[in-house]
Design a protein around this ligand. Structure first.
Ligand code: NAP
Length: 225
């Protein structure tokens, strides 16, 4: 699929969003639908289906800590997976189960299901946890491992590492680079970056930081290389 969506020309894609009921995931679903993509909203549990009701997305149960074969089935037919998953609790066991092992299971399931592209919502300093905030170091270490599994996978990958997330209104403007100073960025803008990576070939097989900034998202992504 590499190079299948040149800049500026929109191809409709079949995309599964993992963690679709989350505060970032729901923005991702909405934005993908707005771009005309076919969206499957992956839910940890059917109980969260009301979160995505009315957005025009198919729903599927996709618990990354449950049966791996079920996950392969949930991802089958998708060209792209965007993972916006995050552990429900910050304790080490939960983070290791979801952000490390669960995301690794999702990556393997995506490979088995014939998915081409995997876009991972990681975190700033996940590639250097010892430089990150001590309070979130266990999350950073878990993501460091799953991010490296994704980089070494057979998938076409993108790893987006945002700073501290806020629920501020979207601005459509960010700052993106391989590594940036610590910062904050809204979940809505991060979701827009995740979705925009699908239209920017330079974002393929790349990991980068994103914080709030002044550069329109497509231009910020186009500066990668
Ligand atoms: N908070 C920050 O400042 C910050 C900074 C940088 C990066 N991040 C990362 O950004 C990501 C998204 O953050 P957020 O605040 O949008 O998260 P969130 O609102 O807590 O949403 C997390 C999503 O993950 C789902 N989930 C949890 N366990 C799952 C499992 N076993 N299988 C499938 N789905 C599962 C949740 O499902 P339910 O709705 O069923 O619970 C929910 O949809 C996280 O990975 C987080 O670590 C956060």
């Amino acid at each position: 699929m590499r190079g299948a969506w040149p800049s500026g020309r929109l191809s409709v894609m079949r995309v599964t969003v993992l963690g679709a009921s989350g505060r970032t995931g729901i923005h991702v679903v909405r934005l993908l639908r707005g771009r005309g993509h076919q969206v499957r909203a992956g839910l940890r549990s059917r109980r969260r289906a009301e979160q995505v009701a009315g957005l025009g997305a198919e729903t599927v149960v996709a618990d990354v800590t449950a049966d791996a074969d079920d996950l392969v089935e949930a991802l089958a037919g998708s060209e792209v997976v965007i993972s916006a998953i995050g552990a429900p609790d910050p304790d080490q066991a939960s983070v290791d189960l979801v952000d490390r092992d669960g995301v690794m299971t999702a990556i393997r399931a995506a490979e088995k299901a014939g998915v081409s592209r995997f876009v991972q919502l990681s975190a700033q300093f996940a590639d250097s946890p010892d430089q990150g905030d001590r309070l979130v170091r266990s999350i950073l270490m878990a993501k460091q491992i799953s991010d490296s599994v994704l980089r070494r996978s057979s998938l076409n990958w993108t790893i987006v590492r945002p700073g501290t997330l806020t629920d501020d209104q979207p601005t459509g403007h960010v700052k993106i680079a391989g590594h940036l100073e610590p910062g904050r960025v809204s979940r809505a803008d991060v979701a827009a970056v995740l979705v925009a990576t699908l239209e920017e070939p330079l974002a393929e097989n790349q990991g980068f930081d994103v914080i709030g900034g002044e550069i329109p998202i497509p231009s910020a992504l186009a500066s990668l290389g």
